[in-house]
Write a protein that binds this ligand. Structure first.
Ligand SMILES: Cc1cc2nc3c(=O)[nH]c(=O)nc-3n(C[C@H](O)[C@H](O)[C@H](O)COP(=O)(O)OP(=O)(O)OC[C@H]3O[C@@H](n4cnc5c(N)ncnc54)[C@H](O)[C@@H]3O)c2cc1C
Length: 425
């Protein structure tokens, strides 16, 4: 059976309905795992509600943020993923959750909205970019949390190259070719690294002198990449230096005006293209659904990844605040945890459907890799081994391949790997 419905007119289900809100890493993995795990006799129906017909694989955004590859490289089409699976896809938003009545409202408010009851609900609506209330920041900066953002950055870079090529004065040209990224966490690092590695080639394509380019990384804290050990951070700093990226550490952004960023220490940088990668916050839709949240707004979950107040509601991925008892810290917003939570959630839901009990979730971090340009990375693996350079980037890209394999099996993993390798030729 392959069901895909574009509107809210969902045929009344015959079985117990599992509603999945959000088709990102967590929601897609959960739907696939549930569908593959169904046995004859399971009276379960899987309904995935996601406004976009494709998953945006955000951890691949660094590959497409600067171009020239097509930004849609990191889109994973749901109709392909669910082609042979018993999943009904509804390309819409969940507007409201009435957890006390086990009901969701799908679609826009008003007459076309539809109320759908569920047996289990999995909230997997992710996170969005967070922009602090710094004067002019939201107005002038592009964030990096969607394919649209990547496209916007590509568009601004190109517009800037076109603006620079008509300038005769070298100083003016250099001002026009100044690119600034704010935030030296993993996302900012990946974007600035890609800018540092790719912009010189792109400048040459436009007939511009790469020596006129400058790329700046601004960070309010005294160092970069706090999640990585110091030995790796030192290597990343060296790599940034090699790419000619100017690092401004301990520099808070005070205000932004058209083409200029003002730092709190009084300095200003030309910033005709400004990318803000300073943070993320949980999906605002889910935050409004009345479930308990932690101070950052992420929804609180118990050891099963369930809402403590409602045992029929699972919350997984970036939107959930799972407290890892091992380190007594909330899990970071990472695709690897979203996928792991989803796999575990599928097992629990299937166990519950067959009269069993859910098992507690035990998170396990297998490693962490950050790219600094498309062909260089840094990170560590399960055994605590640090890697940098090409081996590290291979490990990072292997995590993409693993995900493609999880949701699409060998055919998808093979097809996407070929596409990815073509990008580096
Ligand atoms: C540039 C960048 C690089 C990254 N690199 C890495 C990396 O290298 N490694 C790593 O582990 N992680 C990385 N991450 C983090 C990773 O992408 C996230 O942790 C992951 O996307 C979380 O998955 P998720 O399913 O919770 O949310 P998402 O993948 O964001 O999916 C949420 C989905 O919910 C949908 N949705 C929202 N509201 C509603 C609603 N009301 N109704 C229905 N659907 C809704 C959205 O449309 C979206 O499709 C990166 C993130 C970014 C931005």
């Amino acid at each position: 059976m392959q069901n895909s419905s574009a509107g809210p007119n969902i045929t009344p289900g015959v079985g117990r309905r599992i509603v999945i809100a959000g088709g990102g890493y967590a929601g897609t993995t959960l739907a696939v795992k549930l569908a593959r795990g169904l046995k004859p006799g399971d009276d379960l129906e899987i309904l995935l509600v996601e406004p976009n017909p494709c998953q945006q694989a955000l951890s691949e955004l660094d590959l497409v943020a600067v171009g020239p590859p097509r930004p849609d490289f990191c889109e994973l089409w749901h109709p392909n993923v669910f082609k042979d699976l018993p999943v009904t896809i509804c390309y819409n938003r969940i507007d409201k959750v009435r957890a006390d009545e086990s009901l969701v409202t799908i679609g826009p408010r008003g007459s076309s909205a539809e109320e759908v009851p569920y047996w289990r609900l999995a909230i997997a609506t992710g996170a969005v970019a967070f922009v602090p209330p710094v004067h002019g920041l939201a107005e002038h900066a592009v964030t990096m949390w969607s394919v649209d953002d990547a496209q916007e950055l590509q568009r601004r870079i190109e517009a800037q190259f076109r603006a620079a090529i008509v300038l005769a004065d070298r100083t003016e040209r250099r001002r026009a070719l100044s690119f600034v990224v704010v935030g030296a966490g993993a996302t900012g690092m990946e974007i600035v690294g890609t800018l540092g590695q790719m912009l010189p080639k792109r400048a040459l394509d436009f007939g511009l002198d790469p020596a006129d380019l400058s790329v700046h990384l601004v960070e309010g804290r005294p160092d970069i990449l706090y999640d990585l050990p110091e030995t790796l951070r030192a290597k990343v700093r060296k790599r940034l230096d090699k790419l000619g990226i100017v690092l401004h550490l301990g520099s808070m952004v005070e205000r932004v005006e058209e083409g200029v960023i003002h730092l709190a220490d009084g300095r200003e940088l030309p910033a005709p293209v400004l990318c803000f990668c300073g943070g993320a916050k949980p999906d605002p839709d889910a935050v409004a659904w009345g479930l308990a949240a932690d101070p950052s707004g992420r929804l609180v979950v118990d050891e099963f990844n369930k809402a403590p107040s409602h045992s029929d509601v699972y919350i997984i991925g970036d939107v959930s605040a799972f407290r890892d008892p091992k380190g007594n810290r909330t899990l970071p917003m990472l695709a690897q945890f979203a996928i792991h939570q989803a796999e575990h959630c599928a097992e629990n839901i299937l166990a519950e459907a067959r009269g069993g009990q859910p098992k507690p979730f035990v998170p396990n971090m297998h490693g962490e890799f950050v790219s600094v340009g498309p062909t260089w990375g840094a990170g560590w693996m399960l055994n605590g081994r640090n890697l940098t350079g090409f081996p590290a980037i291979v490990m990072k890209r292997l995590t993409y391949v693993l995900y493609w394999w999880i949701v699409g099996g060998i055919p998808l993993a093979f097809k996407r790997t070929r596409e990815m390798l073509k990008m580096f030729r």
